[in-house]
Write a new protein. Structure first.
Length: 278
């Protein structure tokens, strides 16, 4: 573990990983080439046993890392917040990738009046050796947080003080603690600022794609988003059933269906990611 007696940085980028060395390498490659003096890069590994620790030892000394057991992704993310020296925090976890120029873009847009900056993200997945993606628009109506996530956490950069103020991520949650955190920040009247730049990519079929109705209901109840009944639960159930039926019918061709119906475009990695990203 590196020494944490460091001078204050503008942004700390945090990558959380566990036994996911291939995705970690993708993420590190997209970030390391963009690092400048104002940026701290911190990797929180959960004590992986897939060669990750050896890989971390081989990284440039400007990449700070911790490798030790944790109790889950949000425990690791909270550990990263506490260890960060940056005024702002940006989570880019294993498998997510920064787009070329995104750090400079974010630095140019950070101001004093907002507590959180929100940029667009590129939703991606691989199919038959090719990379497909679609730019996700931001829903700027914060009241729609009652329904679900209105932007992706990969595009969210928050002041560390704000994350501490709302008491970090809820570690009792397993999948949607990012949504819960943003709801609590919204209720605390945190100031969000939105930009129209695409700054990060994420895997559409990653962990957060898994159905988690019970947790969604738990978060709405915990944050008092409805008084009598979860009026959004019916639509959540329909959405999950449609997803499961589609998987059952198309199986491995489900991604091909997305390409046809959702108009995902084939991407050239070198256009938006750093050279030699993988």
């Amino acid at each position: 573990m590196e020494d944490f007696a460091r001078h204050m940085k503008k942004i700390t980028i945090i990558t959380v990983s566990y036994n996911d060395i291939n995705n970690l390498k993708k993420t590190v490659a997209s970030i390391s080439g963009q690092l400048i003096d104002d940026i701290e890069y911190l990797i929180i590994d959960g004590g992986s046993e897939d060669g990750t620790k050896k890989y971390l030892h081989e990284l440039d000394s400007k990449v700070i890392w911790i490798s030790e057991p944790d109790t889950g992704i949000y425990n690791a993310m909270n550990k990263g917040i506490r260890a960060a020296s940056g005024e702002w925090i940006w989570f880019v976890n294993a498998g997510d990738c920064l787009i070329k120029g995104s750090i400079q873009c974010v630095l140019a847009n950070l101001g004093d009046s907002e507590d959180c900056l929100v940029g667009k993200v590129l939703e991606t997945f691989e199919f038959s050796g090719d990379l497909y993606g679609k730019e996700i628009e931001i829903d700027r109506k914060l009241d729609n947080l009652r329904k679900g996530m209105i932007f992706s956490h990969q595009g969210l950069i928050c002041k560390k003080d704000g994350l501490v103020k709302v008491n970090f991520f809820d570690e009792t949650l397993k999948i949607a603690a990012d949504w819960d955190l943003i709801i609590r920040m919204w209720k605390e009247k945190v100031e969000f600022r939105f930009i129209d730049e695409c700054i990060c990519t994420y895997d559409k079929f990653g962990v957060s794609y898994k159905p988690h109705l019970r947790e969604v209901h738990q978060i709405r109840k915990k944050n008092s988003l409805y008084k009598y009944i979860d009026c959004f639960l019916f639509f959540d159930v329909i959405r999950v059933l449609k997803r499961k039926i589609a998987y059952g019918i198309w199986g491995d061709d489900f991604k091909q269906l997305y390409i046809r119906r959702k108009r995902y475009l084939k991407l050239h990695r070198e256009v938006f990611l750093l050279d030699n990203p993988y």
